[in-house]
Design a binder for this molecule. Structure first.
Ligand SMILES: O=C(O)C1=C[C@@H](OP(=O)(O)O)[C@@H](O)[C@H](O)C1
Ligand SMILES: C=C(OP(=O)(O)O)C(=O)O
Length: 448
């Protein structure tokens, strides 16, 4: 965790005056939008993304694909309702320059795409992107036939010298630091001459639902994918070479970004409905139903969406969050307000996310009077009475939304650089105050 830059913007997190009662429409999923963009760019025909997320991470992805020659037109959908992006694939070109910002999906999913371009593609990004692991993708691409100029750290910045095609074939990768290494190689796999067979060799593999998301979206685009779950070897995924279909895809709401809103119901003893909650999904955020129920609330999935109701009681949990690590910051905030201790396990890899999330959460909650200690693979949270103060966010969107959750019930929490939420959530402050301004049955942010 590097020191947060002094930021002039301190957002006074609004205090809830009573039980929250609102209906909220959260924007589209970052993980689904960025996979859909990559798959649409690699397809053999144009496709549509409807209700895409428009946030820093997805605009970076779209701009990067455009820089390589892909057409992405932003407008309304084929039926005239709602925002939709038309993606028109093209021969991928270099020279091109890609700004990855601090988006794991952009820095990991695009080097394999760049290997298919007909010239050099240079990748650069925010200072933190230099520290996030990328070696798994770089080493695997080299083994599959790509030429890459990187540095002694095996990280950004780097240049992929696209040769117009890649041999592909079998490759080993240690993806214990990020599941995105596996997803990256699979997403471009259909376009490699021999497809790709990815064998994960490391001790652990985080975020399995995100790998399932990759596999399901590849299959929906017509790819043939063999997985451990479909009777293949453990830790081996195989994608056959094939053309990809252009799809007309409606992007699901981002269920991980639903976390602070559901948490608002839990900690104020209120009720929040998140609209368009999918009946079935690979998004890790779906686990919030179980996790927040275990922490004291109850939920109901109806046609209106997912309604989560707090009971006025918040219980600590002992949970392994290895598969759903990105939910940790908001869960940690709720745990700091509970009536018993929590242990959050299996999340050592969060030290390599947007910031060192374990260090940042412990430090910032403790600055408000909390008692959080880092363990080898997670956090031990002992609830204490909290007080107001500045909550630093380290340019991490999920630290900022976690701080907003605390600020609902702790007077005087000021969130440094709340604008960092724009990585995955456009206008989080507006959505948040909209939720608080709502009365029973009102809509915080109606979907247009
Ligand atoms: O593939 C994806 O869309 C993601 C995978 C996960 O990454 P890690 O496996 O690096 O944790 C997750 O934390 C990230 O927010 C999104
Ligand atoms: C880890 C995250 O993002 P990224 O896609 O940058 O890895 C996250 O959104 O929690």
């Amino acid at each position: 965790m590097t020191e947060s830059p002094a930021h002039p913007d301190l957002w006074p997190a609004p205090l809830a005056t009573g039980a929250v009662d609102a209906t909220v429409t959260v924007p589209g999923s970052k993980s689904v939008t960025n996979r859909a963009l990559v798959l649409a760019a690699l397809a053999a025909e144009p496709g549509w993304l409807r209700r895409p997320l428009r946030s820093r991470d997805t605009v970076l992805m779209a701009d990067a694909l455009r820089a390589m020659g892909v057409g992405i037109e932003e407008g309304v959908g084929p039926d005239g309702t709602g925002e939709a992006w038309r993606v028109i694939p093209a021969q991928l070109h270099g020279p091109a320059t890609v700004d990855v910002g601090n988006a794991g999906t952009v820095m990991r999913f695009l080097p394999p795409v760049a290997a298919l371009a007909d010239g050099p593609v240079r990748f650069d990004g925010d200072p933190r992107s230099y520290e996030r692991p990328l070696h798994g993708v770089i080493d695997a691409l080299r083994a599959l036939g790509a030429r890459i100029d990187d540095n002694e750290r095996g990280a950004l910045p780097l240049t992929v010298h696209g040769a117009g095609a890649l041999d592909g074939g079998p490759v080993e990768v240690d993806a214990s630091s990020s599941s995105q290494f596996v997803s990256a190689l699979l997403l471009s796999g259909p376009r490699f001459n021999q497809g790709v067979e990815v064998r994960h060799t490391g001790p652990t593999l985080p975020s399995l639902p995100h790998i399932r998301m990759t596999v399901e979206m590849l299959r929906a685009a017509g790819a043939q994918v063999d997985t451990p779950e479909s009777g293949g070897e453990p830790n081996v995924w195989r994608v056959s070479p094939s053309a990809l279909l252009g799809r007309d895809l409606v992007i699901e709401p981002d269920l991980s970004n639903a976390a602070p809103f559901l948490a608002a119901a839990l900690i104020t003893g209120g009720r929040v409905t998140v609209t368009d909650w999918p009946e079935r999904t690979t998004q890790p955020g779906d686990s919030l139903r179980e996790i927040f129920t275990a922490m004291g609330g109850r939920c109901e999935l109806t046609e209106a969406g997912l309604t989560f109701t707090g009971t006025g009681r918040i219980t600590g949990i002992d949970a392994d969050l290895h598969e759903v690590g990105e939910l940790t910051p908001v869960i940690a905030a709720v745990a700091a307000l509970a009536d018993s201790e929590s242990v959050l396990r299996g999340i050592a890899h969060l030290r390599l996310h947007e910031t060192d999330r374990l260090a940042a959460l412990a430090k910032e909650i403790n600055e408000l009077g909390g008692d959080v200690t880092e363990t080898e693979d997670g956090l031990h949270i002992r609830p204490r009475p909290l007080h107001g103060g500045v909550f630093h966010t380290y340019e991490d969107h999920r630290l900022a939304t976690a701080a907003a959750v605390l600020g609902l019930v702790v007077d005087g929490v000021r969130v440094e650089n709340v604008a960092t939420t724009a990585k995955t959530l456009p206008d989080f402050p507006g959505l948040w105050t909209g939720m608080l301004g709502s009365v029973a049955g009102a809509t915080a942010a109606p979907r247009s």
